[in-house]
Design a binder for this molecule. Sequence first.
Ligand SMILES: NC(=[NH2+])NCCC[C@H](N)C(=O)O
Ligand SMILES: [Mn+2]
Ligand SMILES: [Mn+2]
Length: 324
Amino acid sequence: MTAPTSNQAKFLPDRHDLGVVAVGFSGGQPKPGVDAAPMALIEAGLIQQLEEDLEMKVSYDGTVHNYSELLPSDDPDYRGMKRPKFASAVTKEVSEQVYNHAKSGKLVLTLGGDHSIAIGTVSGTAKAIRERLGREIAVIWVDAHADINTPETSDSGNIHGMPVAFLAGLAKEDREDVFGWLKDEHRLSTKKLVYIGLRDIDRGEKTILREHGIKAFSMHDVDRHGIGKIMDMALGWIGSDTPIHLSFDIDALDPMYAPSTGTAVRGGLTLREGDFICECVAETGSLIALDLVEVNPSLDEQGASDTVRAGLSIVRCALGDTLL
Ligand SMILES: NC(=[NH2+])NCCC[C@H](N)C(=O)O
Ligand SMILES: [Mn+2]
Ligand SMILES: [Mn+2]
């Protein structure tokens, strides 16, 4: 019997079995257009490429969900959060959809949407993997931002700057209609979280990262060590044999490669570095879910096709397309 070359088999009954969730949600931040990203990615050939080039079996219901049926008639600010009830209802729904795919052993690809949707995706996989494998997941959060504001530390009130705080239980709320549906089984340990690409972190977020000893590789670290060493350290921190959820905010890339995004920050990853991160995760064989968020084709319209193409490349690399 030959030894397996990767530990894929331990988590993924069939790595070619992919569930896709398309989330056209922009309510976690103020700029319209990010809701159009799933359709732009699909029209650029994403699903077709996954089926034909990567030979994946794709389960996709063929709709970009905008969850407008969940739009509350009245949604006042709460603890400074904007559109709290809408974001809560949408992410709860996303959580269930992602959970169902992950519970049945599928790898899950979620197309956002702004990054608030990760409250749904990560909570869904965390719960499913606990039930299916009795394991905690690790999250690799690739982003210019830490998205770990609590409602109280946030200056903007935008929920796309808060998902990690809710997922890690640093922000909690009893009200069922404002993320009170998040229970322990949905949560992520701060010890199993690793950031890559950070360069625009709010003051309150820095305190949180420090106080909880959260592993974070900033662009400064990438410049100092090179992306190869960073990936060795990031994956070493997580440890082999741990199911990995990769949440990729396109604004981690430099605006030169991905200009069409709501909160672009100069000095980011090259597209090749972004692809490399994804390839390293693919190589572990432990990927259980991937989010691609914050592509906004209506911003910097000349750059929109580049940004969509960069997004496609990120997804393909994470799913193993470029590995031998
Ligand atoms: N997912 C994102 N692009 N987040 C940007 C967050 C920006 C800022 N830290 C805030 O809390 O509003
Ligand atoms: Mn970001
Ligand atoms: Mn983000």
